[in-house]
Design a protein around this ligand. Structure first.
Ligand SMILES: C[S@@+](CC[C@H](N)C(=O)[O-])C[C@H]1O[C@@H](n2cnc3c(N)ncnc32)[C@H](O)[C@@H]1O
Length: 225
């Protein structure tokens, strides 16, 4: 029987059995140098949106093998990587060995339950929302609000259906797979208005949205003080 998209733990644990499989599903390649270069790009986006401060406790939802954590952790007080897949976290642990301010946390796939209320300065999630159902995206936007300190910042992104390259992703998936044969983790796009609605309904202030590279939609906001 095919796997249910919403059974995230079983789907993503199966996809990340080996380091190579995990790298491929995270980025589509296994070249460590390109991996690091791409992570620097993500860092730039975080700097431009939520900002990165030396005193920050940062939390990533769906951290994978720690692609971003490895380059972000030297700039912050603590980096907490959360992921649904214990396999991803095992590989992340090896990749991040020796970094003193890194903590990894397995989560259910539906919440940030082990993380205390009002305890982190910034939460972000990147290259993850496309793999979630819309309701679960919104639940994470709300969970981020719970764990953020007042004044804390949140960032999320997804492939933008309203961009030319995002539309190409949509069309490719539509034509490549029969409805009964779609992989559980297949990418499903968002739009800037969707992300904006999620942040506003969750109660964020200073909500901003933007697009990038004719492909990405992203949104960020601040937990009111
Ligand atoms: C494409 S990878 C991106 C990893 C990382 N954010 C990066 O940019 O390198 C998607 C990650 O999200 C995780 N994931 C999938 N569904 C999840 C869920 N419901 N909750 C938390 N993590 C999830 C997967 O295990 C995987 O590590």
């Amino acid at each position: 029987m095919s796997q249910l998209r919403g059974d995230y733990k079983s789907v993503w644990t199966a996809l990340s059995g080996t380091k190579e499989e995990a790298y491929m599903v995270v980025s589509g390649y296994t070249d460590e140098d390109k991996f690091l270069a791409d992570a620097e790009d993500t860092l730039d986006i975080l700097r431009e949106t939520v900002g990165i401060r030396a005193s920050d406790v940062f939390l990533e939802i769906g951290c994978g093998v720690g692609r971003v954590g490895r380059v972000l952790s030297p700039f912050v007080q603590e980096w907490i990587g959360c992921d649904v897949s214990p396999n991803m976290l095992r590989i992340a642990q090896r990749r991040l060995l020796g970094l003193p301010n890194v903590r990894l946390q397995e989560i259910s796939g539906y919440d940030l339950q082990p993380i205390a209320d009002n305890s982190v300065d910034a939460v972000y999630t990147t290259v993850v929302f496309m793999h979630l159902e819309e309701w679960d995206r919104y639940t994470y936007v709300r969970e981020a609000m719970r764990v953020l300190k007042p004044g804390g910042r949140f960032y999320c992104d997804n492939v933008d259906l309203a961009s030319a390259k995002g539309w190409a992703v949509f069309e490719e998936s539509r034509t490549l797979f029969k409805p009964q044969e779609r992989p559980a983790q297949i990418s499903k796009c968002s739009t800037q208005p969707e992300l904006e609605a999620f942040l506003k309904h969750a109660g964020y202030a200073e909500v901003r949205v933007a697009g990038r590279l004719d492909f990405w939609a992203y949104a960020w906001g601040v937990k009111p003080r």
